[in-house]
Design a protein around this ligand. Sequence first.
Ligand code: HEM
Length: 130
Amino acid sequence: MALADIHKLEDIQLLVNTFYSRVRENELLGPLFNERIGDRWPEHLEKMYRFWQTILLEVHTYTGSPFPPHAKLPVSQLHFDTWLNLWHQTVDQFFAGEKATDAKWRGDRMAEMFMYKIEYYRNNDAKPLM
Ligand code: HEM
């Protein structure tokens, strides 16, 4: 059966829940997330539904600043590649279409931007404003 595209909040929830359950089990990424998030996983997942709902469904429920929690993470390109592999795999497992393609493209762009900014702040002793 052909896969449907991402249309509604329940689709985002399936995507986000499956993705983060894989992240938590991942050897490289799991400890990084679990150590920081601890017992706040329900809140993190809720926030990520809002983030992706805002980007993909244009329902503007996310009002945070995505970058600051990443600014000082001890991560390299390998962490972002691992994150992106899991994200692409999870999107492709459940969905196909314009929104699914956009979800992967947005993930790529955000990862690229985060890695760039992380390196910039590492090399320049400056503080991120947003
Ligand atoms: C190596 C890859 C990544 C790691 C290790 C990582 C880790 C984290 C951690 C630890 C938090 C903070 C949770 C908390 O303490 O509340 C967070 C928040 C968040 N992450 Fe990531 N992340 C990664 C990649 C990404 C990418 C590629 C995106 C976007 C596509 C993203 C979007 C977000 C957003 C929107 C938040 C919530 C920010 C807020 O508080 O409003 N992350 N991430």
